[in-house]
Design a protein around this ligand. Structure first.
Ligand code: 5AD
Length: 452
């Protein structure tokens, strides 16, 4: 059977989709190639959220066509995911070496289409249609068996799409309308993962806090998302629950209160703010004000004082004045984010912001991006420094990426901790003493337990 290599661009949802496609292909008898150099099928799972991400994938495909294809004409080349969805057939028109274009509701068809291509039944395939039920088609996992490499953490996709229509964002057009899986299906998947050795699950969706809004009624004042958290929390053997990304407008009191009640729900929230200026938040169609955002942060820290808070911020949205930008800087200081992902505004096809007046020159975006980055690094360093000398509970995930002789785990607040450990620590929850903080990384030693 042919071997497949999938290269993933973009967010955790994309990583999860790639994993599910790989698992579906393996189930059909395909093998996973160690690298693209030896693969019979090369699939690029793409991102459209900024132009740079699209250009990267297009450049990569041009290289594959010129290098891999020339030496091995039989190699099948394909695009999947968000850019495949938004550009469709046009990708084959401009890159005629591409055989396969699979949209965001058709991942699960990949194996059938490849079978058809290898059987000579089809030459090129473009499928970017909508498909009812596709939100429940991302279920299969590749866990690294039960040996020393076994996976400790897993992503579970609970919904697809987005109805928020932020004016800068292409996602509602690439991922479609919000559709949620049912609670029983998500819980069954999580249960199986735990049975296979997973100890931490991250629930994924474009806006997880909108989970089940239309399908599952509010019960005893608890939203569908909180009901799902409660159901997953029941799973014995599961140690930690994370989710990403929520939307600030979805942080109702029921969710804040859940942090106080569900110990497996870790003290960590990635809460994209995008801007600190009310004027811009309105132009962005975010649905909250600066005051409301700050109020949520305060409530979360009241329930869980250690709460790790990260965010996404856009620098240089159309019409952003120096004053607007300073409000973003002051919000970052006020919240004291543990970390933030900062993006230069990138106009996206068919989005309202791309046609707004006041598009800013690249130099302004870059200058603001750099200032914000410096501030976020300063604040982050202070927050990480506070861990030095303390004890933290980590879940050990495996060897450190930078130095495979050391092990790494994560605190409940989502900080990476590197320490001298051994393979047997993998999957363990353990206490470490933090003795140093580096750039967004903590270094520690296993704590000697004082058994009195
Ligand atoms: N330009 C720059 N950044 C963007 N994001 C989304 N759309 C754009 C865009 N057009 C950022 C937002 C979002 C993150 C995933 O990507 O900050 O939260």
């Amino acid at each position: 059977m042919p071997s497949v290599h999938i290269k993933t661009y973009g967010c955790q949802m994309n990583e999860r989709d790639s994993e599910a496609v790989a698992a579906q292909l393996v189930a059909k008898g395909y093998t996973l190639a160690a690298s693209e150099a030896v693969a019979d099928v090369i699939l690029l799972n793409t991102c459209s959220v900024r132009d740079a991400a699209e250009q990267k994938a297009i450049g990569k495909m041009q290289n594959l066509a010129a290098e891999v294809r020339r030496n091995r004409p039989g190699v099948v080349l394909g695009f999947m995911g968000c850019m495949a969805q938004s550009r469709g057939r046009q990708l084959i028109d401009t890159l005629p070496d591409v055989d396969l274009v699979i949209g965001t509701q058709k991942f699960h068809r990949t194996a059938d289409y490849l079978d058809d291509i290898f059987a000579g039944k089809r030459d090129k395939v473009v499928d970017t249609g909508e498909e009812q039920g596709s939100e429940a088609a991302i279920k299969e996992h590749i866990l690294n068996g039960s040996g020393p490499e076994k996976s400790v953490t897993a992503y579970v996709s609970i919904m697809q799409g987005c109805n928020q229509y932020c004016t800068f964002c292409i996602v509602p057009y690439t991922r479609g309308q919000e559709r949620s899986r049912d609670i029983a299906g998500v819980v069954a998947e999580c249960r199986e993962l735990v049975a296979r050795g997973v100890r931490e699950i991250t629930l994924l969706g474009q806006i997880v806090t909108s989970y089940g809004r239309r399908e599952i009624p509010v019960k005893d004042g608890r939203s569908a998302f909180v009901q799902l958290l409660e159901a997953v929390h029941e799973i014995e053997g599961l140690e930690r629950i994370r989710f990403t990304s929520p939307h600030p407008k979805g942080y109702g009191d029921d969710l804040v209160e859940a942090y106080g009640r569900l110990p497996k729900l870790v003290e960590s929230a990635h809460l994209p703010v995008q801007s600190g200026s009310d004027r811009l938040l309105k132009l962005m169609h975010r649905g909250y004000t600066r005051a409301r955002y700050l109020d949520i942060i305060e409530k979360l820290r009241r329930v869980r004082p250690q709460m790790g808070i990260t965010t996404d911020i856009i620098a240089g949205f159309p019409g952003e004045t120096e004053l607007d930008f300073e409000e973003t800087l002051s919000l970052a200081r006020e919240v004291e984010f543990d970390n933030a992902y900062i993006f230069k505004y990138s106009p996206r096809k068919d989005t309202p912001a791309a046609a707004m007046p006041g598009q800013l020159p690249q130099e302004v975006k870059e200058e603001r991006n750099a200032r914000l980055l410096q501030l976020i690094n300063e604040i982050g360093a202070r927050r990480y420094d506070r861990y030095v000398g303390t004890r933290a509970e980590i879940l050990v995930e495996g060897p450190s990426k930078k130095n495979s002789a050391r092990m790494m785990g994560r605190t409940r607040t989502n900080k990476i901790v590197v320490f001298d450990g051994a393979g047997r620590h993998r999957g363990q929850i353990m206490d470490v003493r933090i003795n140093r903080a580096g750039s967004f990384t903590l270094y520690g030693d296993p704590a000697i337990l004082n058994l009195e």
